[in-house]
Design a protein around this ligand. Structure first.
Ligand code: C2E
Ligand code: MG
Ligand code: MG
Length: 475
C-alpha cells in the first residue's frame, strides 16, 4: 500500500484533485523547489476520477483542493472515503472553508492548508507529516481490523464494509445480498491450532495455584489430547450436553419412594452418552470437578424444587459430591447460594460422599458435615465398605446414612459378602444411621437386603436412572 511508503526514500508522486490549472502549476513549482524527491503529479477533476487513480498503487499522497467544491455527499463521499482509506490526504482550500475542511478531517484527512497561506516548505512539511501519520494510522487500523493469527479481516472490518455496502445500496435503490458461509468443524480446527503457550498456561492452572509451566515440545501429543478432552468437558459443563438423570430409592418397609439420586451424563454431539466413570476421574484430577459439581448441584436443586410440591415428606434428591469439591473453601457458601437461588428447602437435599472424601482431612470434614447438619441437609456415605473409613471417625462424623457398595450387594450369595453386609447393617444400627443397599439387580438380592435389615434399596431391579420427567415420586 502506498501509504506505507517512506517519503524519505521514495520519490514523491502526488495526486492533485479539483485544482485549477494555475493552482496546479503553482503546486508543482512548490514541490520542485523542496528537498523531497518530487517525481510526478497526476491530476483528477472529481473525487470519482481520483478514486480510480488511487487504486493503481503508484501514488503516495492526495492533495484535495476544495475551493470549487460543493458539499461532499453520496457517491463523492464514498469515493472520498475509499481515497482516505488508501492514501494520506491533505485538504487545500480558502480560509472561509475551514468548516468544510473540518468535516473532511473528521473523515480521516490528515491536514488542512489555506491557499495563499503556505509556501513550498510548509507544503513539504505537511505532506511529510501526513504520510508518516498515515503510516502509523494504517498500522493501528490493521491491528484493529485484521485477525493477528490468520491475517484475515475481522468482524470490525466486516461490519464497516457491510455498513458501507448497505448505505450504497440504499442510495442507489439496489438490493444487497449477504452470503453466510460456515466451515465444517471450523471450531475444532481453530481450537486445535489454538497456540501451544495456551496449553502450558492450562497445565499450570490445573496444577493448582502459584506455579508456572514452560511451553515446550515436551507438552507431547498425549498431554495435548488430554487437554483437548478437558476443554470439551469445560464446554459441556456450560452447555446442555451435560445433564442429569435420576434413579429412584425405594423404602423397603412400605415400598414408598424415598428419594432419587442425581447422576450426571454427558451427551456427545454424535448422540452417544458418556458415563461418569469415563470423565469424573479426569475432572477430579484436572480440578474441573469443582465447576462440574456446582453445575450438577444447581440443576439437581432446580429439579428438586419442581418436585417439592408433589413429593412426600422426607423425600430427598441426592447429589454426589467429590472430595475435591470439599477441599475448596467455598463449598458451603456455594451450596447456600444455590439453595437461595433455586428456592429449594435444604431438607429436600442429600449429599453423597465417599469415605476417601472424609478421611483426607477428617477435621475439616467434620466441620463441613456439621455445617450441613445445621442446615438439615442429609449426608450419606457412598460405596461404603470399599474405602478406609476408620470406625472411630464414623462415630464422630455427623452423617445420616451408609450406602452399602453394590459389590457386596451383588455378591450377597457369597458367605463373606453376606457377613460384610450384616456387619455394616449392625454398625449402622449401633450408630443410628440409615442403610441403603445400592446396585440391587435381582429379587433375591432385594429379599436378602430386606432380611438383613436394610432400609432402602436402589438398583436396576427397582428403576434405572432416567430423565427427570419419567421419575415417579410415589409408588
Ligand atoms: P454412585 O454414586 O455409587 O452411583 C451409582 C452407580 O451405579 C450409578 O452409575 C448407577 O447408574 C449405577 N447403578 C445403579 N443401579 C445399578 C444396578 O442395579 N446395577 C449396576 N451394575 N449399576 C447400578 P453411574 O451413573 O455410571 O455413576 C457412577 C459413579 O459416578 C457414581 O457412583 C458416582 O460416584 C459418580 N457420579 C455420578 N454422577 C456424579 C456427579 O454428578 N458428581 C460426582 N462427583 N460424581 C458422580
Ligand atoms: Mg452415589
Ligand atoms: Mg455408590
Amino acid at each position: 500500500m502506498n501509504a506505507q511508503a517512506n517519503v524519505g526514500n521514495d520519490p514523491l508522486r502526488v495526486l492533485l484533485v479539483g485544482a485549477t490549472n494555475t493552482d496546479a502549476e503553482l503546486t508543482v513549482e512548490f514541490l520542485e523547489s523542496t528537498q523531497t524527491d518530487f517525481s510526478a503529479m497526476v491530476r483528477a477533476s472529481t473525487l470519482d476520477e481520483a478514486k480510480l487513480h488511487a487504486h493503481d498503487g503508484k501514488l503516495n499522497i492526495v492533495l484535495l483542493d476544495i475551493s470549487s467544491m460543493q458539499t461532499v455527499t453520496g457517491d463523492a463521499l464514498d469515493a472520498l472515503q475509499s481515497l482516505i482509506a488508501e492514501l494520506p490526504l491533505v485538504v487545500l482550500g480558502e480560509e472561509h472553508q475551514s468548516r468544510a475542511a473540518k468535516t473532511l478531517l473528521e473523515q480521516g484527512a490528515q491536514d488542512f492548508l489555506i491557499k495563499g497561506d503556505f509556501n513550498s516548505r510548509t507544503l513539504e512539511r505537511a505532506i511529510n507529516y501526513a504520510i508518516h501519520r498515515k503510516q502509523s494510522e494504517s498500522r493501528f487500523r490493521h491491528l484493529a481490523q485484521y485477525d493477528v493469527l490468520t491475517g484475515l479481516a475481522n468482524r470490525t472490518l466486516f461490519e464497516e464494509r457491510l455498513d458501507r455496502a448497505i448505505r450504497r445500496a440504499k442510495r442507489h435503490g439496489t438490493g444487497l445480498a449477504v452470503m453466510y458461509l460456515d466451515l465444517d468443524r471450523f471450531k475444532r480446527i481453530n481450537d486445535s491450532l489454538d497456540h501451544h503457550a495456551d496449553a502450558a498456561l492450562y497445565l499450570a492452572k490445573n496444577n493448582r495455584r502459584s506455579t508456572y509451566r514452560f511451553n515446550t515440545q515436551a507438552l507431547d501429543a498425549s498431554e495435548i489430547a488430554k487437554m483437548g478432552r478437558q476443554r470439551e468437558l469445560e464446554r459441556a459443563i456450560s452447555s446442555d450436553d451435560l445433564h442429569l438423570v435420576y434413579q429412584p430409592k425405594i423404602g423397603l418397609r412400605d415400598g414408598s419412594v424415598a428419594g432419587a439420586e442425581a447422576l450426571v451424563r454427558w451427551r456427545l454431539s454424535n448422540g452417544d452418552v458418556r458415563y461418569p466413570a469415563d470423565f469424573i476421574p479426569a475432572a477430579e484430577s484436572s480440578g474441573l470437578i469443582v465447576q462440574l459439581g456446582e453445575r450438577v448441584m444447581h440443576d439437581a436443586c432446580v429439579q428438586a424444587r419442581v418436585w417439592d410440591a408433589k413429593a412426600p415428606e422426607g423425600w430427598r434428591v441426592a447429589v454426589n459430591v467429590s472430595g475435591r469439591q470439599l477441599e475448596t473453601d467455598s463449598f458451603v457458601e456455594t451450596l447456600d447460594a444455590i439453595l437461595v437461588d433455586t428456592g429449594l428447602k435444604p431438607e429436600r437435599l442429600e449429599i453423597e460422599l465417599t469415605e476417601s472424601a472424609l478421611v483426607a482431612d477428617p477435621d475439616s470434614a467434620r466441620e463441613l458435615l456439621s455445617a450441613l447438619r445445621a442446615r438439615d441437609i442429609a449426608v450419606s456415605i457412598d460405596d461404603f465398605g470399599t474405602g478406609y473409613c476408620s470406625l472411630s471417625y464414623l462415630r464422630n462424623f455427623p452423617v445420616d446414612t451408609l450406602k452399602i457398595d453394590q459389590s457386596f450387594v451383588q455378591g450377597a450369595n457369597d458367605a463373606v459378602n453376606l457377613s460384610i453386609v450384616r456387619a455394616i447393617v449392625d454398625l449402622a444400627r449401633a450408630l443410628e444411621l440409615g442403610v441403603v443397599a445400592e446396585g440391587v439387580e435381582t429379587a433375591e438380592q432385594m429379599y436378602t437386603m430386606q432380611l438383613l435389615g436394610a432400609d432402602v434399596v436402589q438398583g436396576y431391579l427397582l428403576g434405572r436412572s432416567d430423565a427427570a420427567q419419567h421419575l415417579e415420586l410415589t409408588h
